[in-house]
Design a protein around this ligand. Structure first.
Ligand SMILES: *Cc1c(COP(=O)(O)O)cnc(C)c1O
Length: 418
């Protein structure tokens, strides 16, 4: 028998070497084996933990109406869609979801994707090519960066949310085919892109604009339209004339899986033909489209979920403002405590665990070097008791943080912020 290893030992040796190096740097991540649904109390092999790191911001991943819609969809359509959208996979369920999304976002049309990663990579790739320039916020999600590179356009990153840095680049490239790309809510920091300034700059320099609102969609804005609803001075929602390419995903606040891009009919007609991750892939299961439609409807009608989430965010900001911990300025469900040092962040995650809480340590390459952090996510589904426990655990971490800083200062060392 031929072992792969024996075929080319040097090849496998290089992979092993790279993995060992990753391990030595404390960067290897291990999966937890969960046994039950995504909800605040999660069942793992050894114990139950209260999760403050899921993206189920509205508590819809285990909602009875969403589960029922998935089951009903499976009875009606079976499981697989059986083909790509352009061949035979496109069902009435997909169509209904696309229409509901277009209406919800105030766009003419929407197009479905199996994941947000595929939507971002595919859409940038379809819009851009050799000779073009993709201007990306430095903290954009990996799928947006990958999309830029794959498109063979020139990718340039501007400083995070820094409009003068973006403007300099737009001036420099104003006679080229330019696309500005930004997260709506930044996934690891929780802050929001300055949409009014972004739209004004893109239009002034004749660039396209694409915003990926994975973490804002269904959560932010009074009616859950996301980041496009946060700037009321722009007459309710930011329309497609100002923001032509809007991406949203279903795996976060809607608690299902998949994604969409919404825009004018002309844009969607183009993307439908030229987006490779749309054309050359199997359509999502129609039952999942029905479940997502149900989830969208629950998110619209049960606005108390958004209000509950906002109330928890406000309480979190109040509680942590009295702490020394470096909590980033965020008014979204994503709250980051940037400890900087990898070991310190792992230790803080362990303190959380001792309190019965699951909060993961986010390390490079997910965040820049020296910016390891606890990424705490709040959900409308968290109870007051669960929230209070989180604040107690953070208090314990804060005490250790203060003590360490005091020791460092006494010793004349660095301030421990890393
Ligand atoms: C999660 C995420 C994605 C990827 O979406 P999936 O549906 O999980 O593939 C894309 N963009 C941002 C900003 C995200 O946070």
């Amino acid at each position: 028998m031929l072992a792969t290893d024996a075929t080319n030992p040097a090849f496998m040796q290089r992979l092993r070497h790279r993995l060992e190096q990753h391990d030595r740097q404390g960067l290897v991540r291990n999966k937890l084996l969960r046994e039950g649904p995504c909800q605040p109390v999660q069942r793992f092999a050894d114990d139950d933990l209260i999760s403050f790191c899921s993206n189920d911001y509205l508590g819809l991943a285990n909602h009875p109406s969403v589960i029922a819609a998935l089951q009903e969809g499976a009875s009606r359509y079976g499981v697989g869609s059986g083909g790509s959208h352009l061949v035979t996979g496109h069902c009435a369920a997909h169509h209904a979801l696309e229409q509901a999304l277009a209406e919800h976002t105030g766009r003419e049309r929407a197009l479905l994707f199996s994941t947000g990663y595929m939507a971002n990579v595919g859409v940038i790739n379809a819009l851009m090519g050799q000779g073009g320039v993709v201007l990306q916020d430095a903290l954009n999600h990996a799928s947006l960066l990958d999309g830029g590179w794959l498109s063979r356009a020139r990718s340039i990153r501007y400083r995070h949310n820094d409009m003068s840095s973006l403007q300099d680049l737009l001036v420099q490239h104003q006679h080229e085919h330019c696309l500005v790309v930004s997260d709506g809510v930044f996934s690891m920091d929780g802050d929001v892109a300055p949409l009014p300034e972004l739209t004004a700059l893109a239009s002034r320099y004749g660039a396209g604009l694409m915003v990926d609102d994975a973490h804002g969609f269904a959560c932010l804005g009074a009616t859950g339209r996301g980041v496009i609803e946060l700037f009321p001075e722009h007459g309710g929602i930011v329309l497609s004339q100002a923001l032509p390419v809007l991406v949203g995903t279903f795996g976060k606040a809607l608690g299902t899986a998949g994604a969409f891009v919404a825009g004018d009919a002309a844009l969607i007609a183009y993307l439908e033909q030229f987006t490779r991750s749309y054309v050359f892939t199997t359509a999502m299961p129609p039952a999942l489209a029905l479940a997502t439609l149900a989830s969208l409807q629950v998110s619209q009608t049960e606005s108390w979920r958004r209000q509950r989430l906002q109330a928890l965010i406000t309480r979190f900001r109040q509680a942590t403002s009295a702490m020394a911990l470096p909590v980033l300025d965020s008014h979204s469900a994503v709250q980051a405590v940037v400890l900087g040092d990898i070991d310190e962040t792992l230790a803080a995650s362990a303190v959380m665990r001792d309190h019965g809480l699951q909060v993961s340590a986010i390390r490079p390459p997910t965040v820049p070097r020296g910016e390891a952090r606890l990424r705490i996510t709040l959900s409308a589904a968290h109870s007051d008791e669960q929230f209070d426990l989180l604040i107690r655990a953070l208090g314990a971490i804060d005490e250790q943080y203060r003590a360490r800083r005091a020791r460092c200062l006494d010793g004349g060392g660095k301030d421990g912020k890393g």
